[in-house]
Design a protein around this ligand. Structure first.
Ligand SMILES: Nc1ncnc2c1ncn2[C@@H]1O[C@H](COP(=O)(O)OP(=O)(O)O)[C@@H](O)[C@H]1O
Ligand SMILES: [Mg+2]
Length: 201
């Protein structure tokens, strides 16, 4: 039985870190954040729609979309958020499903999909299993402020914009505690991978 595994967690709890472990182990990982970034590239369908909807104010001089400005608007303006999502989401969903299909056709036993808002979006329904990587709240705050060089007030808002990690944990098939050292996380990962390989064999 092959396993389609949805990988999620809270912001800065370690999704990308775990995704890298999977890649290092030769497991294909589909990065939906990366696909969402591709949506903003000139030549892609959502790019034209976004430029139509939001105007040249959101363009860099080279014609690429100013992602920082778009992200800020997305964060502060609910109405704009709805419009941006309506343009970008269908593209991400289509590309992600196509990549899943490709890996399934190649008979990959384990396929990982990294989706920050896996449960919030309902995309967990399309997964066989889910993995939530979590940390304590204090560790999440420390890693987020340090990685993104933002203050605690803004970090709090970012964290509050997602479901609590504690809630996601209750919905997960598997969880990994990434509160401590990378070494300990790697150990927990190795154990999980062994289990997944046995099930997928
Ligand atoms: N166990 C760990 N110990 C120390 N730093 C970590 C650990 N796991 C992740 N980090 C760091 O914390 C930050 C957030 O991790 P990341 O994997 O980018 O989270 P996410 O993809 O969930 O937003 C990154 O700077 C990463 O290098
Ligand atoms: Mg990440």
């Amino acid at each position: 039985m092959s396993i389609l595994l949805g990988l999620t967690g809270g912001i800065a709890t370690g999704k990308s870190t775990i995704a890298q472990f999977f890649k290092d182990a030769g497991i294909p990982v589909i990065d939906t954040d990366h696909i969402a970034k591709q949506a903003l590239q000139p030549g892609e369908e959502p790019y034209d729609e976004l430029v139509d909807a939001f105007g040249a104010d959101y363009l860099n001089v080279d014609g690429s979309i100013n992602r920082k400005k778009l992200a800020q608007t997305l964060f502060h303006d609910k109405d704009a958020q709805t419009r941006i999502n309506a343009i970008v989401h269908p593209y991400v969903l289509k590309r992600t499903r196509a990549l899943i299909r490709q890996h399934q056709e190649a008979e990959e036993p384990i396929i990982v999909v990294d989706v920050p808002l896996l449960f919030e979006s309902g995309f967990d329904q399309e997964m066989d299993q889910t993995l939530v990587v979590y940390t304590t709240k204090a560790v999440q705050m420390a890693r987020l402020t340090s990685r993104d060089a933002i203050d605690e007030a803004y970090a709090k808002k970012k964290i509050a914009a997602q479901w609590p990690v504690s809630k996601k944990r209750t919905l997960a098939t598997h969880t990994i505690n990434n509160s401590k050292s990378i070494l300990e996380t790697k150990r927990a990962f190795d154990e999980l991978l062994k289990h997944l390989k046995e099930v997928a064999a």
